[in-house]
Design a protein around this ligand. Structure first.
Ligand SMILES: [Zn+2]
Length: 222
């Protein structure tokens, strides 16, 4: 299991509700937690590992929950949220946000300061908890993923303008990577990097990589 990056259509898929907590779902949750910790993240949704089950995992450390840790006293970390539904969005918070599917890209996103989330736990019990601050931000971010929404959809127009080049570059790289993986899987000629880092698709190679991909725009340091 690996994290898919922006440019992969998996991130735009809507999750399908989970009807039963099978051993496969338990295994999926366990794997998602492992991948999230390995990547040093605080949340991960099924779409980010190329799946469509309505499940996400969150682990916001207690110290990062301040000044709201007391309000979260009854919430145990990590959280495994099955079929989560967000409601009671209240107040606003503005802050820098990132996503494991957008390596090294951060942008300011305004979110509700608090929200309620109803979900089923891995134990099959129904939970309804009120979250605040960073935890509320994580809940909103991860449940967005389950609806095919990613954080760059919520950037201000100024932030979008600033990050546009880097986001486009990431999408290009992801598509090229997918073309390489597809070619390898199908035993076809693998797209190669040509002069100046341009990607050249050999005749008969998988169709994702453009014949001659554009070089990144000047001044894009990433
Ligand atoms: Zn994310």
């Amino acid at each position: 299991m690996k994290i898919v990056c922006y440019g992969d259509p998996a991130l735009r898929r809507k999750a399908v509700p989970i009807k039963e907590i099978t051993p496969e779902i338990r295994e999926l949750a366990k794997e998602m937690l492992r991948v999230m910790y390995e990547a040093d993240g605080v949340g991960l949704a099924a779409e980010q590992v190329g799946r469509t089950e309505a499940i996400c995992v969150i682990d916001v450390p207690r110290e990062s929950q301040e000044p709201y840790a007391a309000q979260h006293a009854g919430i145990e970390m990590p959280m495994v949220l099955i079929n989560p539904v967000v409601s009671e969005l209240e107040g606003t918070q503005r802050g820098s946000e990132g996503c494991l599917s957008f390596p090294k890209i951060h942008g300011e996103v305004t979110r509700a300061l608090s929200c309620r989330v109803d979900y089923t736990g891995l134990d099959g019990q129904h939970y309804s908890v009120k979250t605040y601050g960073l935890l509320a931000r994580a809940v909103q971010h991860e449940t967005d993923h389950l609806n095919g929404v990613v954080f760059i959809d919520k950037l201000s127009s100024t932030q979008t303008l600033i990050l546009k080049g880097r986001i486009a570059k990431l999408a290009r790289q992801t598509k090229q990577q997918m073309a390489v993986e597809e070619a390898i899987a199908e035993g076809k000629p693998v797209p190669q990097r040509g002069k100046g880092g341009r990607w050249i698709t050999p005749p008969g190679a998988a169709g994702h990589a453009p014949q001659e991909a554009k070089t990144p725009p000047a001044g894009d340091a990433s």
